[in-house]
Design a protein around this ligand. Sequence first.
Ligand code: RIB
Ligand code: CA
Length: 309
Amino acid sequence: MSIPVWMDMDTGEDDAIAIMTAFRLPELNVVGMSAVAGNAELDHTFRNTRNVLSLIGREDVKVYPGASQPLRQKLTTAANVHGKSGLASAVLAESKAPVETEKAWDALYRTAKEYQGELNLILTGPETNAAIAFFKYPDLKNYLKRILIMGGAAVGGNVIPAAEFNIWADPEAADAVFCTGVEIVMCGLDVTSRAGLTREEVAELDAYQNPACRLFQTCTELARKLYSEHHNETLLIHDACPVIYAAHPEYFTGTRAGVVIETRGTYTRGKTVTDLYTDTSYPLQQTIVVTDADRKAVADTIRIALETY
Ligand code: RIB
Ligand code: CA
């Protein structure tokens, strides 16, 4: 039986690749999607999500608009990685799907109730929409199977040394989500930094001339520069990890732990503080902290997905 998932995204380059991967995983049934401000402003991330679905022939999947600002922080986008549009130099045809106006949090709640507790929520951007949904509908936690995120890091950070972008961008939202008690699968930088595409795999995808691979090539052009400056031998596709985990948890290694979110630190705002590496355990052990992956299995899943459109 396929796994019902809702994907809430700040569609930038790796979100776009995660979308194209998700729709090539027969184990998953994407029943709804929503957009949030993060990598780019909401109008870009909403449009990008719709247009990537259109590119892969899935205008039947509804996309709902969410928050244009974090709960308390001012919006900081990641144009250095994704470009102002969110998809670098990629130019996509405009989706012809009707433009949904129902808010992300309302649509998510309605759908979660429809799936009677079986819905898996995948978050690959700031967690603003999910937080608003939990605030507005306190019983939402009873209707979600689990939450799989790209976000956080047991060790390290990217946007600042202590924190990863999705959590740092809206730490209050992440705090609200991690306090719900819903089981969380945290695909943070610990695993995403170990699950990238090699130069050879990137070159193979670049050589394909189908629309999905052409999008891969154009939307990652800034990310490639960033990672090469950081001497990463691989191209990290962060957001593909929670998507692939939902279908193939066997590709990953994780440990149950407690995770709390720092919201006030001068140098540590947005840090996912975990009791994974300490003698002290937090009372709420709500998270599977994913720490490693079978890199080739993850890379092959992405590569085969994009090459077969
Ligand atoms: O830190 C990486 C995350 O931030 C990814 O989700 C990327 O799309 C950006 O949102
Ligand atoms: Ca993202």
